[in-house]
Write a protein that binds this ligand. Structure first.
Ligand SMILES: *Cc1c(COP(=O)(O)O)cnc(C)c1O
Length: 387
């Protein structure tokens, strides 16, 4: 018998293992790679946030175990941010919970809400953590396809009502990774009505909610009437303030779900290092102009890359939110085959759509978290690589 547990053995193979192998081999052979694969901001955390962390780290009172739910000052700043940016009113004590990055909360939510055998609807393509954390909790997954024809939104009228009635929860993510698709208020309105009709709880992964372009602000599920009755939303400072390494985010929404998640977490972690919470508090209190600067960089890159890709004959979507360019694979090739060919021919790393689910077949993802000089290089090598 294997030492490793079934739930680990049963995990699907790491989606980019193949790409990673080729990447490592090429690096070993001395090739330079142009990595448009990772969704990790290239820009540093704004200095005023770093300084706040350094100052707080000097104070011994911040060296002890933090509280489980997060500092009141952080939860209040998160609640105020939600009100100011999204028109969402949330009680910082019962409706906001600090997280060690939003991925931590997203992956623990099924343990809080899902019993073995419960059904959860998950969109395909999607962030792989959703499906695997549901399975860890013993839940069952039904995939809801996203497609070009429906603007990459789940077609609620196409979900079998019997399946909807059986489902305990549904997970959505807008602006979306990997697609860059966005949802407007009207979609969330319909989603809430559907959720109420079928008694389905909604989990909205809002990691990119602050990443909207041309002045457009992606809406919060919780800003619509009834949203908080039927939903929880996961926010993160990672993409908002270039803080992926810091590990901080928060959950906001339905107080029973928040309480259940907080209870699970008391048995798993012991909160977020207080200096990180102090820095995050400053980010939410004083960060709006820094955020505008960060968004301007991605918008400029988008406006450069999308037309250039189209001029090369690629069918590239211009995103209204998130920092990905979802692009159709040239006719006759698979996502994995194309990603591999691009890497081997030209050292360009992209994410094959199938890494995010079967419905990603035929597509691949460029990330905009890459310095402008590398975008120049990409555009100089692509014509030959595609040819
Ligand atoms: C980056 C990302 C997250 C997680 O971010 P954290 O750093 O854990 O806050 C969650 N969901 C999606 C879709 C992401 O791309």
């Amino acid at each position: 018998m294997s030492l490793t547990a079934r739930r680990v053995l049963d995990l699907p193979p790491y989606m980019f293992a193949e790409i990673d192998r080729v990447k490592r081999r090429m690096l070993d052979e001395g090739h330079r790679l142009l990595d448009f694969g990772v969704g990790d901001p290239d820009q540093p955390t704004p200095p005023f946030i770093v300084e706040a962390m350094i100052e707080a780290a000097r104070l011994p009172r911040h060296h002890r175990y933090p509280g489980y739910a997060g500092m009141k000052s952080f939860r209040q700043a998160a609640a105020d941010w939600c009100e100011k940016r999204h028109g969402v009113l949330a009680d910082p004590d019962s409706e906001v919970l600090a997280l060690i990055g939003s991925k931590e909360g997203i992956s623990h939510l099924p343990l809080a809400l899902i019993d073995p055998g419960d059904l959860v609807l998950v969109t395909d393509p999607g962030y792989p953590v959703y499906v695997n954390s549901i399975r860890f909790a013993g839940g069952l997954v039904a995939l809801v396809p996203l497609s070009d024809e429906n603007q990459w939104l789940p077609d609620l009228s196409a979900i079998d009502p019997a399946l909807a009635d059986r489902a305990r929860m549904m997970i959505v993510n807008y602006p979306n990774n990997p697609i860059g698709a966005t949802a407007d208020r009207e979609f969330f309105e319909r989603l809430i009505a559907w959720a109420k009709k079928h008694d389905v709880f909604l989990m909205h992964d809002a990691a990119y909610i602050e990443v909207g372009y041309d002045g457009w602000r992606p809406p919060s599920l919780l800003s619509l009437p009834g949203g908080k009755d039927v939903g929880i939303e996961f926010h993160s400072l990672s993409k908002t303030f270039n803080m992926t390494g810091w590990r901080i985010g928060f959950a906001v929404g339905n107080p029973e779900a928040i309480k259940a998640l907080a209870t699970v977490k008391t048995q798993i972690d012991s909160g977020v290092f207080e200096p990180v919470q102090v820095a995050a508090t400053i980010a939410y209190r004083q960060g709006e102009s820094a955020l505008a600067d960060i968004l301007a960089i991605y918008q400029r890159r988008r406006d450069r890359l999308v037309p250039a890709l189209r001029a090369l004959g690629l069918d590239a979507m211009s995103p209204r939110g998130a920092f990905y360019i979802w692009t159709r694979v040239p006719a006759g090739e698979s996502s994995a085959g194309f990603a591999r060919r691009l890497l081997e021919n030209s050292g360009v790393v992209v994410m094959p759509g199938t890494g995010f689910g079967a419905r990603g077949e035929g597509w691949f993802r460029f990330s905009l978290t890459v310095a402008d000089v590398q975008i120049d290089e990409l555009l100089s090598v692509l014509p030959k690589a595609l040819g």
